[in-house]
Design a protein around this ligand. Structure first.
Ligand SMILES: CC(C)(COP(=O)(O)OP(=O)(O)OC[C@H]1O[C@@H](n2cnc3c(N)ncnc32)[C@H](O)[C@@H]1OP(=O)(O)O)[C@@H](O)C(=O)NCCC(=O)NCCS
Length: 180
C-alpha cells in the first residue's frame, strides 16, 4: 500500500465476516454498477442474493483452496476484501471472484495492497496464475488491473437481466508483477 493509503490491517477472513462482507459488497455494487445493472435489482433482490452466495462460500460449501483476505480499519471496520477460489477443480489459475473497497476509500491504495498481499497467499495454495471477469464499462477497474500487469485475454457479451453487457476476461501471464 502507498504511504497515503488509509491505515488498514490485512487478515484472512472467516465465516464471522459474512455480514460485513455482504454489506460492503452491497454498497460497492450499488455505487459501481448503478446504470449497468437495473436499479430494481440493486435496491431489491441483490441483498438476499449476496447473503445466499456468501453463506455458500463461507459456511455451507467452502472451497479449501479459496482465499478471503480482508482489510480492516484500526477500529475493526471492514474497508475492503479480496476473494479468489477455484473455478474448476485442480485449476492452476485462481479465479478472482470479488475485489471491493468501501466506496469512500477508493483510489487510496487499498485495492492494490490487497492484490499484492494475496498473490503469495494464492501461490501457497498451489496456484500459478490468476484471472477474472470485469464489465468493460467498469473502466476504472479495468485500468486498475492493467496497471497491475493484467491483460485482456477475451471479450464477451453477456445477458444481465435483459441488458447486454460486455465483459473482459483479464489474465496475468506473469503475476509476479502484481507482488512487486
Ligand atoms: C477496483 C477497486 C477494487 C480498486 O481498489 P482501489 O483501492 O480503489 O484502487 P487503488 O487505490 O489501489 O488503485 C488506484 C486505482 O483505483 C481506481 N480508482 C481510483 N479512484 C477510484 C474511484 N473513486 N472509484 C473507482 N475506482 C477508482 C483507478 O483504477 C485507480 O487507478 P488510476 O489512478 O490509474 O485511475 C475499487 O476501486 C473498487 O472497489 N471498485 C468498485 C468495485 C469493483 O469494480 N471491483 C472490481 C470488480 S471486477
Amino acid at each position: 500500500m502507498s504511504a497515503e493509503a488509509p491505515q488498514a490491517t490485512l487478515r484472512a477472513g472467516t465465516a464471522e465476516d459474512l455480514e460485513a462482507v455482504v454489506a460492503l459488497q452491497l454498497a460497492s455494487w450499488r455505487d459501481a454498477y448503478r446504470g449497468l445493472l437495473p436499479d430494481a435489482y440493486l435496491d431489491g433482490a441483490l441483498a438476499d442474493d449476496l447473503v445466499a452466495k456468501w453463506r455458500g462460500k463461507l459456511i455451507d460449501s467452502p472451497d479449501p483452496r479459496a482465499l478471503l483476505l480482508v482489510a480492516e480499519s484500526p477500529a475493526g471496520v471492514l474497508s475492503g476484501f479480496f476473494y479468489a477460489a477455484e473455478e474448476t477443480p485442480g485449476d492452476a489459475s485462481a479465479y478472482l471472484d470479488n475485489l471491493h473497497v468501501r466506496p469512500e476509500l477508493r483510489g487510496q491504495g487499498l485495492g492494490e495492497g490487497l492484490m499484492r498481499a494475496a498473490v503469495p497467499m494464492l501461490q501457497a495454495r498451489g496456484y500459478s496464475g490468476m484471472h477474472l471477469l470485469v464489465f468493460a464499462e467498469n473502466a476504472a477497474a479495468v485500468r486498475f488491473y492493467q496497471r497491475l500487469g493484467g491483460r485482456i485475454a477475451a471479450r464477451a457479451v453477456e445477458d444481465l437481466m435483459g441488458h447486454a453487457a460486455e465483459t473482459y476476461r483479464i489474465v496475468w501471464p506473469d503475476w509476479r508483477a502484481v507482488a512487486q
